[in-house]
Design a protein around this ligand. Structure first.
Ligand code: PEP
Ligand code: MN
Length: 447
């Protein structure tokens, strides 16, 4: 007989990608402390996101999930959060205005601090050091000392997540995201670019439309949807002790919710259907994402779907395909068909980032904008062919003017990568590349 789930029973299942904490006692003390901390999000919000995702599963909304590969303890200023929010709002405006489809906006934000890695160590100037696993585990300096896992960092990650949630809430509820201020989301370095100018045109048209309705005597001042937006939070549920400590039984519904974020996802390296991560995710009520890489077999995917979504609940399951642009057309179709035949009303997202990473000649980990677009095009082609809905995109980006990915409207060149290569993990699209991508995805949505 199967045992009842509890937030900590993943400890009885095989687990990978965990730091080697040095003190069991300290780890347990931090976990206990976290169980006493206030939730970062609330069950009714999670339920609302689930309804939004259910609309996407039914082909009536498009999901934009975007943000840093890894959030940094060194970059949590209101200005950095505002810049990230701005570019996500701009992309959502472009997508909605151009395609007429409503957009569910989810940030990789307020908790995206833990990273799975392909290898346990890396070479730095000939010295082998532990690989960087995110600021929730250790520092990013390339030294053995900095990379020593420190459980106290889970409390710091909680504090920064909490501050980030508060900032996002203040911005989205406090007029910053008012559609009549869509102009002001265009940052200086974006506004002067072709992508920025194109965005200005849309913002001006929206303003005209709002003025027109006002002149007709329609009072829009009480229309909440025009004056505030919701940016839901999400991160990879990798450190299960952190997640379990923030998982609470909701007295109203008698269901467990992981209150560290509205949505969490399980990475491509930890999605073993019989492993600890899927066990943990199976018992929480949140929408759960699963990364689906080129190595995913149909049987494994169906096993994962069976564990996570036995009730075939719309809005529960988000499958994030990250095949790489060369594999997506050949690999995705069978998986989408199998999930549909099995009756799971999953939302399919395209993560065009993680299957398209390579190292430039000068040694920078990078991605080419055209490969990214090619994977998204392939994703749309597969769904169009099958008559299923391309539910959304999952993107690594930043609001800053970085040079980490190649190409895009402004055409970042290989020799330019060194100018502003700031990421602590994977290469992100900058604000202009992100806007450019939104225009091209909007075109795919129309055709
Ligand atoms: C990520 O989203 O940053 C990530 C590590 O993805 P994946 O699990 O798909 O490799
Ligand atoms: Mn990444």
């Amino acid at each position: 007989m199967e045992l009842a789930w509890d937030p900590w029973d993943w400890q009885n299942y095989p687990i990978t990608q965990q730091p080697e904490w040095h003190s069991r006692d300290e780890l347990e003390a931090v976990r206990r402390e976290l169980t006493l901390r206030a939730p970062l999000v609330y069950p009714r919000e999670i339920d609302a996101l689930k309804r939004g995702l259910a609309r996407a599963a039914a082909g009536r909304a498009f999901v934009l999930q975007a943000g840093d590969c890894a959030e940094s303890f060194h970059e949590h200023s209101a200005a950095a959060i505002r810049a990230k929010l701005r570019v996500i709002l701009q992309m959502a405006v472009v997508l909605t205005y151009s395609s007429g489809v409503s957009v569910v906006k989810i940030g990789r934000i307020a908790g995206q601090y833990a990273k799975p890695r392909s290898a346990d160590t890396e070479l730095h100037q000939g010295v082998e050091i532990p690989v960087f696993r995110g600021h929730i585990v250790h520092g990013d300096d390339p030294t053995v000392e900095a990379r020593r896992p420190d459980p106290q960092r889970m409390l710091t990650a909680y504090d920064y997540s909490r501050a980030t949630v508060a900032t996002v809430r203040a911005l989205t509820e406090g007029g910053f995201s008012d559609l009549s201020r869509a102009h002001s989301w265009n940052q200086d370095f974006v506004a002067s670019s072709p992508e920025g100018e194109r965005y200005e045109t849309i913002a001006a048209e929206i303003e005209r439309a709002l003025n027109f309705m006002g002149a007709c005597g329609i009072d829009l001042s009480h229309e909440e949807v025009l004056h505030q937006v919701t940016l839901w939070t999400s991160h990879e549920a990798l450190l299960l002790g952190y997640e379990a400590a923030l998982t609470r039984l909701d007295p109203a519904s008698h269901r467990y919710y992981d209150l560290s974020a509205h949505q969490v996802w399980i990475g491509d390296r930890t999605r073993d259907p019989k492993g600890a991560h899927i066990r943990f995710a199976s018992g929480i009520t949140n929408p759960v994402g699963v990364k689906v890489g080129p190595g995913m077999e149909v049987d494994d995917l169906l096993a994962v779907c069976g564990e996570l979504d036995p009730d075939r609940e719309p809005g529960r399951l988000v499958l994030v395909a990250r095949m790489g642009h060369e594999a997506v057309r050949a690999r995705l179709g069978d998986l989408v068909t199998a999930v549909r035949v099995a009756g799971h009303p999953a939302v399919w997202l395209c993560d065009p980032m993680h299957g398209n990473t390579f190292v430039s000649e000068a040694g920078y980990k990078t991605r080419d904008f055209e490969d990214i677009m090619d994977e998204i095009s392939g994703f749309f082609e597969v769904h169009r062919r099958l008559g299923t809905w391309p539910g959304g995109i999952h993107i690594e980006l930043t609001g800053q003017d970085v040079t980490e990915c190649l190409g895009g409207g402004e055409g970042v060149l290989e020799e330019e990568l060194s100018r502003a290569y700031d990421t602590i993990c994977d290469p992100r699209l900058n604000a202009r590349q992100s806007l450019d991508l939104a225009y091209r995805v909007a075109e795919l949505l129309i055709h």
